[in-house]
Design a protein around this ligand. Structure first.
Ligand SMILES: Nc1ncnc2c1ncn2[C@@H]1O[C@H](COP(=O)(O)OP(=O)(O)OP(=O)(O)O)[C@@H](O)[C@H]1O
Length: 258
């Protein structure tokens, strides 16, 4: 007998993740000479953890806003979830097709036209040529790129990149949608269009993971908020509560800087 019970599945599992970066800063000549004289002992470049022991579970259909001040590790975590980066410790697992709007146009080939990039990106996101054929007109229509679709994308403005990238991503019908602050480069009418599309995806039960400094916007799109500070999750809960806490912390840090 088939079991028709619908069970909630975990869409994103982040377990004990650590991500280390090399802190690049220019060394003085004296420091470099001393390092050589000491027999090149020790590491001249400093390392730091952009993410420290981060664990997070996102269920299918959840809408999560990842928040935090500049440099708290939001983009790094999103890149780990999308698979662009690998963790130095811990693990990241995702379920279903993941579409990431993380670095706009990152998957684009600059010397190819918009049209060829639609096929290239669609294929990268797991679509067959026939599926892309069937959706091509709709992708171009949503992007409002018009006749520029046959222009090489290196001549596109950042807004045009965003339009095409966003349009391709939503048409691939992902189960998990990762969005990083990219709506910032779109003009207002297109932003509004993207936001209503994102809300549509949320209503259709897709999992959303959004990074944005626009706290009013994330409060309308997401139900859950996760707050990062110096690479650690310091709060995870109802979005309005997390927004309130971030605003309190921002006011506090503005107060100490003044
Ligand atoms: N490729 C990299 N190499 C070295 N350091 C990096 C790299 N990427 C990010 N970092 C550093 O890791 C830390 C976290 O960066 P991240 O971009 O994840 O922060 P964020 O919370 O998204 O910030 P913002 O709100 O400014 O976008 C920062 O100190 C940043 O300088």
């Amino acid at each position: 007998m088939t079991d028709h019970t619908v069970t909630m599945q975990t869409a994103i599992t982040v377990q004990g993740v650590r991500k280390e970066f090399v802190l690049r800063h220019t060394r003085s000549l004296k420091e470099a000479v001393m390092w050589i004289l000491r027999g090149r002992r020790g590491d001249i470049s400093k390392k730091f953890d952009a993410l420290k022991d981060v664990s997070l579970h996102v269920e299918e259909g959840e809408t999560v806003a990842l928040m935090g001040l500049n440099g708290s590790g939001k983009s790094t975590l999103l890149k780990l979830i999308s698979g662009v980066l690998q963790p130095d410790a811990g693990s990241v697992r995702t379920r279903g097709r993941v579409a990431g709007l993380i670095e706009v146009g990152a998957g684009f080939h600059h010397d190819l036209s918009g049209r060829d990039n639609v096929y290239l990106n669609g294929a990268i996101l797991g679509m067959s040529e026939q599926q892309i054929d069937a959706m091509f007109d709709s992708i171009v229509e949503f992007s409002e790129i018009g006749e520029f679709i046959d222009t090489e994308v290196k001549f596109y403005s950042s807004g045009m990149y965003l339009r095409l990238a966003f349009s391709i991503a939503v048409h691939t019908d992902p189960e998990v949608f990762l969005i990083d602050e990219i709506l910032a480069v779109g003009d207002e009418p297109f932003q509004r269009k993207c936001i209503s599309k994102i809300k549509e995806l949320a209503e259709a039960g897709k999992t959303l993971f959004v990074v944005s400094h626009d706290l009013d916007l994330v409060s309308t799109i997401c139900e859950r908020g996760v707050l990062l500070e110096h690479g650690k999750v310091i709060m995870d809960g109802e979005v309005h509560e997390v927004v309130k806490e971030l605003r309190r912390r921002s006011a506090e840090s503005a107060g100490t800087e003044a």
